[in-house]
Design a protein around this ligand. Sequence first.
Ligand code: ADP
Ligand code: ZN
Ligand code: ZN
Length: 803
Amino acid sequence: MIAKVIVDVPAKQTDRAFDYLIPERLIEVIQPGMRVIVPFGPRTIQGFVISIEEESSFDKLREIVEPMDLYPVLNPELLKLGDWLTDKTLSYKISAYQVMLPAALKAKYIKKLKMSKQCQINDLPLDIQDLFINQQEVSWEQAVNEGLLSLLQKEATKGNIEVIYEVKERVKKKKLKHVYPLLNNEELMGIRDALTSQAAKQKVVIEYFIDKNESVELRELLSILNVSSATVKGLVQKGVLVEKDMEVYRDPYLDRIFEKTQALRLTDEQFAAITPVINSIEEEKHNVFLLYGVTGSGKTEVYLQSIQRILEKGKEAIFLIPEISLTPQMVKRFKGRFGNEVAVLHSGLSIGEKYDEWRKIQRKEVKVVVGARSAIFAPFENLGIIIIDEEHETSYKQEENPRYHARDVAIERARFHQCPVILGSATPALETFARAQKGVYIKLTLSKRMNNQSLPTVQIVDMREELREGNRSMFSRKLLEKLQDRLEKKQQTVLFLNKRGHSSFVMCRDCGYVVNCPQCDISLTYHRYNEQMKCHYCGYETHVPTHCPECNSEHIRYFGTGTQKVEEELGKVLPEARVIRMDVDTTSRKGSHERLLNDFQEGKADILLGTQMIAKGLDFPNITLVGVLSADTMLHLPDFRSSEKTFQLLTQVSGRAGRHELEGEVIIQTYTPEHYSIVLAGTQNYDHFYEQEMMIRKPHQYPPFYYISLITVSHENLMKVVSVTEKITHFLQARLSKESIVLGPVASPIPRINNRYRYQCLIKYKREPELGKTLKTVLDQYQQEAVSNGLQVSIDVNPYILM
Ligand code: ADP
Ligand code: ZN
Ligand code: ZN
């Protein structure tokens, strides 16, 4: 028997199946979808078996050394999906397979075998009993050496034997000292009352733990209560508290019992929205639905009840949600409804825990997966529905090879399983909404919030006006007044500083004029070193004007501000306000993100100041004011999606206020109050925004009217980069049809990273059947050079980041 194997050498020459002989002893062991060790040149490496055949057109085949798994890690559907992925993302087969697997299978690990929980030793064949008689776990090597793989595999299929991967995690998990009480409330109170007045500090500590039977990090406890570690030590010695080293990241969902919830009675709107989905489920028909509904309109309930129907039919469901929104509240809603049928894949899990969740899916112990992007590859075999919440989020696109978009993968898998896909959002991606308008997707609308709760009121403040009236501070008078008001009322404020990437554009502080490229309608990027501004799509270049072309003001210059600066300013104008700052600097330590949010939730600060990372998921009842300091920064990124991203973000940020009883207010500060993405974010009118934006995308030939692909070339030598990009551009111009537009070569918006110069070429096209092949030729051509001289050529089909 011959196994066709894709070997783990990501290169052009090896991007095809190699034939290997399956040795006699492994004939019944090796199956498609399994990983194997094979000889390759002088080495042995791993590979994936994609099929098994009786003959090979080659003679003198080498033999498979051994399998790496007892069961296939990729099922036939996923193997096929690998071909599709390779094709769509122009990646190597091996990368496509690797991306579908949990990290544990890719990391360095020690592989062991053990008996599964339900297995009794007597159930096993004698040879294997011998193996386990004196040990709980058997090393893989021992099993191989004793020639027992085939027998073990049979037992694995029956569920008697499990493979475990002990991952040598490069980053050792950080452990921190925690304390928790050993006694119950009553006992704690007893001790407290018995303490003498000299032990006042100990009393404070005991007080803290009454009614709060959880562990707390020691350092945190000391700082909250302002006590010394000796005080805590004293209580430990008395046997009241215990100290223990605990991992900073614990799975918050494990072992927790979730209160069971029932399906709610759907509103008329929800019922109208779910009916076509249910029909599609019943008819086993593949449809893509866009569930278009503002936050709080009951989308999640529609998801839950659709999944309910899938479970009743004995099928499985994938629910994707951006990592940042994968909050304990969300998990609770799924676990509450479906209990142990749910596996959750989130970044807080260790590599080993993620593998455990993945195995639950493979063993069919769960039927629902809730997770971020990569959960789209959950190895279900009987998928009944795939749901993508917040479908417009760019985190669904993987920004390294293979550069897939989870939405595309979802639709491809659903087509295979003949099942529906639901894309949900309050502000869908323009591409998605356009497809729904054309009838490619079926649009389902939820227009009202539950309980007819109103959206927060939004006021747009013109910062040019502020300047004209002599206010040079970054806070408008209106915002400052509202901030003071909330301080008095002891309500909370979220201050949002929109800052991402290289938002270095040139703007007139008097009239808000931003210098745009005359050809591309994106803002020009400012370069300090030569005082030039440049278009990063087409290469247009010009000087920074000394006077504003619109109003002739001299206040036209580079624009940008940091959170630290804002914090300093806040300290000056509102010295009594307690501020928590959240940005890359304050959240780089693991767990600090959550801690800061907790502090805010517990009312330890009046103002939460932060960047993008606070835009989502916050749902605290006491937030009644949201201030956006400068709505413009993202608007002027050199990216044709900048208006769309601004609109989505402002809508989302505004949604942080007044989600509960207290009414919410939003203040958006801007220098371009007339820009449609800001005006329409103010009225939270997506439909209007869509119409406006489409009118701009069309003449400029951007998606959804055209597709785009981006080619980025980088190398340490600038001349080399320019000449290669030039060659590629010419090649593409010669090969592609006349209707396609090839822009470039031009320096990337980030022209140098790590001493490597970066150039790009952008292709816009409508129909270009040969494109994949042409791009692949480009890649293959330069791949050789990559090895020899460090040249890198990367191609992103449908890019979301154009930097
Ligand atoms: P979305 O996902 O669109 O933000 P949710 O599904 O979270 O909206 O619904 C918002 C709130 O309304 C939640 O608290 C939810 O429990 C409640 N809700 C949703 N559907 C119903 C219903 N049919 N009856 C009563 N309450 C509902
Ligand atoms: Zn001006
Ligand atoms: Zn341009």
